[in-house]
Design a protein. Structure first.
Length: 80
């Protein structure tokens, strides 16, 4: 009977932990349709804008690298 009692107490403990987690998620409001914070879900248009900005930065960086290589080549030609 002691083993059964211990098993029941353990079962009740884990069940209560599960219920507390479920209630915490339910009361947090994260899954609310109105007024809930849904995290940072970007729209397709916002994703496209961010990608275009990243592409522009990449092109500027690449252009600067190419201009540096051209300047080095011009310097070599002047030295000759």
């Amino acid at each position: 009977t002691m083993k059964f009692g211990l098993m029941c107490v353990t079962f009740m403990y884990f069940r209560s932990i599960h219920l507390v987690r479920c209630e915490r998620e339910a009361l947090s409001g994260n899954k609310e349709i109105i007024g809930g914070s849904r995290g940072k879900s970007l729209t397709e248009e916002r994703k496209k804008i961010k990608q275009e900005e990243a592409n522009a930065k990449f092109r500027q960086r690449r252009l600067a690298e190419c201009m540096d290589m051209a300047r080095i080549g011009e310097d070599r030609r002047r030295i000759r």
